[in-house]
Design a protein. Structure first.
Length: 483
């Protein structure tokens, strides 16, 4: 027993020494002893971790993506994409904190109208990426088609930054008839140039199939309302007119109220025809929904019903409409389908459309903004004053400034030989403002019945002409009355 106990003790001692490192004496199973040296290396906890976990991977790419616009007081989220499994330390910053703020998770909040550049940076790889965010006005609450019409007519196109050109594609289709259905489709592209008047802040627009050669402008500037139609190929086809804006017009040909001037300007809204289409929809009931995303989509479904006096027949029509707005308020697309049913298609008792309802008329209207080019206002500014005469330099009456007794003065017999500016289009738009007879004599008399001056005696007189657009622009023509 004693030898077994010693043997176990020796083995345990050897094991203890081996675990700690040092010199031990081993005992063989036969009782022989031998000397052995065991060397071990201690390891710190951190070294153990590093030996069991691979080194962190640094990303080779960093991309920031997400919506590019946000309404004031609304939020969007930008997503930073990097190599899968990479170790990153991201920081988000805004170039204009008063326009848009950003959290450390990429949540952007619109604070003020304008643009801000949101940048994400990874401190591990030093990579960065940026996205420009436009902060726009909050889209208004639209509950009815009336609200929608008001928004279109007062859209953000009126903002001073909204200057440029829109290319629009329209399709219109009408089917009508009872037995023979006619199908007519009209497709056309139109270029619209949007401009901004910096004085009265009234938007004005031009629509034409050839924006290079023609320019139509209706605008308010310097308390004056202008209408221009300029044809660069045929200047004789161009015309212009202007009205002084006054509270109480005394002349319908040269004066206008501000309210009427604005009304005429509104008639040239690029999308006024769409607003008019919506405003003209007869509706007994409608359902309107607004969906916000990259585009703001408004869908409307409605119907109109009017029961006849016989309580058997009824007028019934319905429509489906979808309109999409860009973030800046421009209409991206518009689709409207209207159907008119026969007067026996409506079930008056159940107040529903019958399953065998007959469509008598169907019309569709589709519009898509194909492209939008924004430019600075200075590139598209038209100075309307350059198209109106400011001075008459030379003019004559008839062939040799003579008129016979008994004849009447007519503007058609007056020729303007020279005027300023040379670009004026209304140089020949003038009136005979007055006739000055020679002192103590009477060469002309005014005939109130014919509203004209008539030559009644030989002698010399002066014809005073005045520009129709500006009564202060005058010129005197010396004439001789002969027998």
């Amino acid at each position: 027993m004693k030898s077994k106990s010693l043997f176990l003790l020796s083995v345990l001692s050897l094991m203890a020494l081996a675990s700690c490192g040092g010199t031990s004496t081993s005992v063989s199973s036969q009782g022989a002893t031998s000397s052995a040296t065991s060397q071990t290396t201690s390891t710190t906890p951190s070294e153990v971790v590093s030996s069991t976990i691979s080194q962190a991977v640094v990303t080779s790419s960093l991309t920031l993506s997400g919506p590019t616009s946000v309404e004031v007081n609304a939020t969007i989220t930008l997503v930073a994409e990097y190599d899968e499994g990479a170790d990153v330390d991201l920081t988000f910053t805004s170039s204009s904190p008063l326009v848009a703020s950003v959290s450390n998770k990429g949540v952007v909040k619109g604070l003020g109208i304008g643009t801000a550049t949101i940048t994400v940076k990874d401190s591990k790889s030093n990579l960065t990426d940026s996205v420009e965010i436009s902060v726009i006005e909050a889209f208004p609450t639209i509950n009815t088609t009336g609200d929608l019409v008001n928004y279109i007519r007062n859209t953000s196109m009126q903002k001073e930054s909204m200057v440029g050109k829109i290319k629009i594609h329209k399709e219109e289709k009408d089917t009508s008839g009872f037995e023979d259905i006619t199908d007519t489709t009209v497709t056309h592209y139109t270029d619209y140039i949007i401009r901004r008047d910096t004085v009265e802040n009234i938007k004005y627009a031009y629509g034409s199939t050839d924006s290079t050669n023609e320019t139509d402008v209706n605008m308010i500037k310097d308390n004056t309302y202008y209408e221009l139609s300029l044809d660069n190929n045929e200047i004789e086809s161009s015309y212009c007119t202007k009205y002084k804006i006054v509270d109480f017009p005394e002349s319908t040909t040269s004066q206008i109220t501000l309210e009427d001037a604005r009304s005429r300007t509104e008639n040239y809204y690029v999308f006024s025809d769409i607003a008019n289409e919506i405003a003209g929809l007869p509706s007994t009931s409608e359902t309107l929904t607004v969906t916000k995303g990259e585009l703001i989509t408004i869908t409307v479904e409605g119907y109109y019903v009017k029961v006849w006096a016989n309580n058997v027949n009824a007028d019934y029509s319905d429509y489906q409409m979808t309109i999409k707005f860009m973030p800046n308020g421009i209409i991206d697309s518009f689709d409207l389908t209207q159907k008119v049913y026969s007067d026996t298609s409506y079930d008056i008792a159940s107040e529903t459309l019958k399953q065998d309802a007959v469509v008598e008329e169907e019309s569709t209207y589709s519009m898509k903004t194909e492209s939008l080019e924004l430019t600075s206002s200075s590139e598209n500014t038209i100075d309307p004053t350059t198209y109106f005469v400011s001075q008459y330099v030379a003019a004559h009456y008839g062939e040799d400034n003579t008129i016979s007794v008994g004849e009447s003065l007519y503007t058609i017999d007056i020729t303007i030989d020279e005027y300023l500016p040379a670009t004026a289009l209304d140089y020949d738009e003038f009136v005979i403002a007055d006739v000055i007879n020679s002192e103590g004599e009477m060469q002309f008399d005014y005939n109130s019945l014919w509203s004209s001056y008539e030559a009644i005696a030989p002698g010399k007189a002066t014809i005073v002409i005045a520009a129709r657009s500006d009564a202060s622009v005058t010129y005197n023509i010396e004439v001789t009355v002969v027998e």
